[in-house]
Ligand binder design. Structure first.
Ligand code: CA
Length: 508
């Protein structure tokens, strides 16, 4: 049960800490018998009872860690006072012990949306021509060509919304035969086929790179209409003309795409958070979770990710996996990431960031519990490796790093056509391939960045709205943005981050 007293928010009855709703002065009676012993910054934790040395610090009904020294009631608890508990075991995870029946998920207020149907797979939310590179050497040429295409060609094709580059740092100078090279190659192969690109392939290579066309395309797809090699051309003018001619034909076909009424089963979106604070887990993420449950009940597909941010809450996710196979896949992805971090000589305490800590998040356990809230309550139908495409519908765990750009790019490769991004500290993050709705966890953030943040979930902390009310509003905003009826702020301003392909294999 969540208790909203005016100064504090406590999530679970068994919690011995609560979070300050605003900055609180020293010597304030915050709850009967609890007097602050120092000023408590907004979003930070305060001890509600005396906690002995080695005693558990409990939030979300979960042990965040153990007190390094005695913590008297009313103290500000920061990360330096908490000993991290050991990482949860992966060997004996229990599956399907917390499957919420579909009838118990919230009903979506709408079950149709206007999207761009594709011959295969999910429908698009935008109609875009993408020019992908096999290697970064061509990026300058592609960027210059895109400027000209936007000026000279795009105005002829009113149904095409944009022309964009899928430039990346992979393709050459990399150990292309290393076992883990399959990850970046899969990501690029699937980015080319993003639902917003309508099946039109435009791939530009240099000619001497390691990443060859046959690693990305099927033999039938490697045609002069789809691929162009810069080293085949003599000089700038001829090269540019070839790219513009190729783009012209693609634009002509894309221009025939029209939005049509589609069921929610044609929609695929992703969820992510970045710059989280202690409010993220009680406002923004539960609102997203509620909207996600509505989407899933309506037949849509929702991906959530970020291995390091769910790792410490893994038994809660395992309990929601539909069957043994899905649970084992979940454990496998966690184990892979444990080894990846270990080989780099870092532990899971490399996350959270300094900004997270300033926002009141003491450690990765606290961050994980808040992070998981964004996935709502629906069962987990499938688990994906980075950049894989889903084969099922519903709620899906897509394993990715937590880095905003790497997660964003990996989810795009998995096909998401919209991302909902929860933030506590604020970020202007955006993706050019698919719109990103930014949801803030505190109303102060929305006031400060009133024309950068798309949705304020802070209303849940102030008691102005309930999670179902704010969650339903967010659901409607997701569909309005998916339909192009509304644009996100990052789309309006053109605030877009670069594609960032996850490459765990060596660079040579
Ligand atoms: Ca992130």
């Amino acid at each position: 049960m969540t208790d909203y007293s005016p100064l504090l928010i406590k999530v679970s009855d068994s919690d011995n800490v609560a979070v300050a709703l605003r900055d609180i002065a020293e010597n304030t009676m915050v709850m009967s018998g609890v007097l602050t012993r120092s000023p408590i910054p907004q979003a930070h934790k305060i001890a509600l009872t005396d906690i002995a040395e080695g005693g558990s610090i409990v939030r979300y009904g979960t042990v965040l860690g153990f007190a390094k020294a005695y913590i008297p009631k009313g103290s500000w608890i920061n990360e330096s006072m908490i000993e991290l508990p050991p990482s949860p075991e992966l060997d004996d995870l229990k599956w399907a012990t917390d499957i919420v029946p579909e009838k118990d998920l919230p009903d979506p207020p709408r079950t149709n949306w206007m999207g761009y149907r594709n011959a295969q797979g999910f429908a698009g939310t935008r109609n875009i021509l993408a020019i992908t590179t096999t290697v970064q050497c061509t990026a300058g040429v592609i960027n210059a060509a895109i400027n000209r295409i936007r000026r000279e060609l795009l105005p002829k094709y009113p149904n095409v919304e944009n022309v964009i580059a899928i430039n990346h740092a992979y393709g050459c100078g990399v150990a292309i035969n290393a076992p883990e090279a399959k990850i970046p190659i899969r990501i690029i192969r699937n980015l080319i086929r993003h639902p917003n690109f309508g099946g039109e392939i435009m791939l530009i290579g240099l000619g001497c790179e390691k990443l060859s066309y046959d690693m990305l395309l099927s033999p039938e797809e490697i045609t002069p209409e789809n691929v162009l090699t810069l080293q085949d051309f003599s000089g700038h003018d001829v090269m540019m003309k070839a790219i513009l001619d190729m783009a012209d034909k693609k634009l002509e076909r894309l221009n025939m795409r029209k939005r049509e009424a589609l069921p929610l089963s044609e929609l695929i979106i992703g969820l992510q958070c970045g710059g989280s604070d202690a409010f993220s887990g009680i406002t923004a993420n539960p609102c997203a979770g509620f909207a996600s449950d509505m989407l899933v009940k309506g037949g849509a597909t929702v991906l959530f990710s970020e291995v390091t941010e769910v790792r410490d809450g893994i038994r809660y996710l395992a309990a929601r996996t539909r069957d043994e196979k899905t649970c084992l896949r979940l454990a496998e992805e966690m184990r892979w990431y444990d080894q990846y971090l270990e080989s780099g000589g870092v532990g899971r305490d490399a996350n959270p960031t300094p900004g997270n800590k300033k926002g009141g998040l003491s450690n990765i356990v606290e961050k994980a519990m808040g992070s998981i809230a964004k996935s709502g309550r629906a069962p987990i139908e499938e688990v994906l490796s980075p950049g894989e495409r889903p084969t099922k519908r519903g709620l899906i765990y897509a394993a990715t790093p937590a880095s905003d750009f790497v997660c964003g790019t990996s989810q795009l490769a998995s096909g998401i056509c919209l991302q909902v991004f929860m933030t506590g500290r604020g970020t202007p993050y955006g993706l050019e391939t698919a719109p990103v709705i930014k949801v803030c966890s505190r109303t102060e953030m929305k006031k400060q960045w009133y024309d950068l943040i798309d949705f304020d979930a802070g209303t849940v902390a102030t008691g102005k709205k309930t999670i179902p009310e704010a969650g339903a509003e967010l659901f409607n905003l997701i569909l309005d943005i998916a339909e192009g009826k509304k644009k996100t702020y990052s789309e309006e301003y053109g605030f877009f981050n670069d594609i960032c392909v996850f490459n765990p294999a060596p660079i040579t």
